[in-house]
Design a protein around this ligand. Sequence first.
Ligand SMILES: NC(=O)c1ccc[n+]([C@@H]2O[C@H](COP(=O)([O-])OP(=O)(O)OC[C@H]3O[C@@H](n4cnc5c(N)ncnc54)[C@H](OP(=O)(O)O)[C@@H]3O)[C@@H](O)[C@H]2O)c1
Length: 342
Amino acid sequence: MQKQYNWGIIGAGGIANVFATDLKLLPGARLHAIASRSAERAEAFAQKHHIPVSYGSWEEMAADPDVDIVYVATLHPYHFENTLSCLKAGKAVLCEKPITMNSRELKVLVDTARENGVFLMEALWTRFLPSVLKVLEIAESGELGALYDIYADFGERMEYDPDHRMYDLAQGGGALLDIGIYPVFLALLMAGIPERIEAIAGFSENGVDQRCNMILEHNQHVVSSLNCTVLADSPVEATLVFEKGWIRMESWWLTPGPITIHRPGREPEFMEFTNMSPDGVPGQGKGYQYEAAEVMRCLDEGLTESPLLPLDFSRKLTGTLDRIRKICGIRYPQDDQDPRDH
Ligand SMILES: NC(=O)c1ccc[n+]([C@@H]2O[C@H](COP(=O)([O-])OP(=O)(O)OC[C@H]3O[C@@H](n4cnc5c(N)ncnc54)[C@H](OP(=O)(O)O)[C@@H]3O)[C@@H](O)[C@H]2O)c1
């Protein structure tokens, strides 16, 4: 019989709503509790998603003995404290991206998870999408030869508004950590940690990065050309150029979508991937069910990390974002704090 897991969610905001809807597709998942700073918001979220327990503080989630897995869906600066409290209470955690503000915070979380033997994974949902699994399969098969170049962008226009989280440094605002993380993630997934980085950023009048253009030189001569911006909508495409062809991950590449494989002398091969529920019903969900299913698969198998997205990958990703930020002068209050003082 399939094991049932009780999920809790911390943060009753935008992405929590989407995730909660997708979680209902998984028969092994039971949405048990929601925690918000506001009891009213928690209660409204609970009613909307038929969740039996709602808490008016984040801290109560860690204390609930019935919760097996916590999805941390607060803003980036709060990921550290929310995740740490749950790990200390022995709960498995799936934490939204970026998992922490910097590598120092992440080290504390990784050490805590490993010392306590508790599962932890960054919620980089793109890693588990069928399109990305297919791209990796083709790349690893060697049929297209060596990988040479990676191009990836993520641009989404967001009007300047110093009250919005995107334009507030105290709330982790800025393009790189919010959306630039996706192109950097793809580059690391395909080509590993970069040996050399060149990067430039542009800032809003209150000092938040609005755009960042990056060149990453990986080993074996792979070069990634990446950019993110909140100044304009961009194609949001990714192209992987190999010795014997290229793969285009079509627009909004980081979400469930089609890819096209171009081979010399042949018609391009267009591949579509329909979201499926676990029982094979097509057209279901927004694609967040795959990462949630991976957490439960790992727990079924007694794993404390996902082999597809291990903590060492998150450390490489966070470390690369730290390096890019240093080159561009993107700083947050957390960079001047010792996370152990929390
Ligand atoms: N995987 C994806 O596709 C995806 C998409 C969007 C966002 N995200 C990530 O998910 C996280 C949440 O993003 P979101 O768009 O859902 O954000 P959001 O709706 O603006 O806020 C999420 C939660 O953060 C807390 N929060 C908001 N403003 C706060 C403040 N001023 N001080 C303290 N807490 C505050 C609130 O928790 P309470 O309810 O407890 O008050 C809120 O419900 C971010 O880290 C983002 O990077 C991921």
